[in-house]
Design a protein around this ligand. Structure first.
Ligand SMILES: [Zn+2]
Length: 287
């Protein structure tokens, strides 16, 4: 039988751990080969001076954090696309010609081709990316999301033209509503602006909440929360080490399942009808 293969298309070193740090080990336990695209080196993420340590650049530090996370999230392979982190919307760094946001604005076909080439090489049946708002509106998240959708649709069209391979299912990882509600509530309590949250002050939690899409799949992750925490801790420069007793307890109580929006084939309904992303995937014939 053909192996189950899943490709995650994300933007920065840490997206994989913060977003899917419990789902990845669940898939590995299920015998799925999990691959990761990390489109940028995370160059402009804010890094506390004390953590710069022996690393010559922020990108080198962030790559080492991703390597640390790979001890826990056992990807079959990780593909770095080599774009530059764009930073916040409208910032100077988002106009840098090597940045993913700039490249996406000016050469979308190039970014799409990079993603499609990896899809052809890995031949995943299932592909995962951010939702249309990029989870929380980061321009790099939105760029890789659009490129992934374009690459996916291009391969589906090729299949109709007689090509032998195309991925079968496309999902968007769902941002948990409850965690957004809690962040908004905490921000208001502390007198902070819920539109400028996170270590890089680039998370608009109100718009993130408004951009949540219907969830069609929920996969059980409760046994993997400890691995999620360990992988997240690896990204200490991005706040991954700040896991309090309360947040751990809340995770145990509230994060028992990871939700996904099924983008292809898009259901007409908006209810949950899957607990396994491979339940309707054909494993023979490779299409
Ligand atoms: Zn990110």
């Amino acid at each position: 039988m053909e192996s189950k293969r899943l490709l995650i298309c994300y933007a920065h070193p840490d997206d994989e751990s913060f977003g899917l740090g419990a789902a990845v080990p669940k898939w590995i336990d299920d015998g799925v080969d999990v691959y990761l695209i990390c489109a940028t080196g995370g160059e402009v993420g804010h890094v506390p001076e004390a953590l710069r340590g022996k690393y010559p650049t922020v990108a080198a530090l962030r790559l080492s954090e991703l390597e640390c996370a790979r001890q826990y999230l056992k990807f079959k392979d990780v593909f770095m696309l080599g774009y530059r982190d764009s930073g916040m919307n409208g910032s100077e760094t988002s106009r840098h010609p090597e940045s993913l946001a700039y490249q996406w604005r000016h050469h979308p076909e190039r970014v799409t081709a990079d993603v499609a080439a990896i899809m052809r090489r890995v031949r995943p049946q299932v592909v995962i990316t951010f939702n249309r708002y990029g989870g929380y509106g980061h321009p790099d998240h939105i760029a890789i999301q659009r490129a992934t959708v374009n690459a996916f649709e291009g391969l589906r069209e090729d299949l109709e033209d007689g090509h032998v391979y195309a991925p079968q299912r496309l999902y968007y990882a769902a941002y948990p509503k409850i965690s957004l509600w809690m962040r908004i509530w905490k921000a208001r309590l502390k007198g902070q602006d819920p539109r400028r949250m996170g270590i890089n002050q680039d998370v608009d939690t109100l718009q993130s909440l408004a951009s949540i899409e219907p969830v069609h799949a929920r996969i059980p992750i409760a046994p993997y929360l400890e691995i999620w925490e360990k992988a997240s801790r690896c990204h200490a420069s991005q706040g991954g080490g700040r896991i309090t007793r309360t947040s751990r307890l809340l995770r145990r109580l509230l994060y028992r399942r990871q939700g996904f929006t099924r983008a292809y084939p898009r259901p007409k309904h908006s209810r949950v009808d899957e607990d396994d992303l491979f339940s309707n995937v054909k494993l023979k014939g490779g299409s």
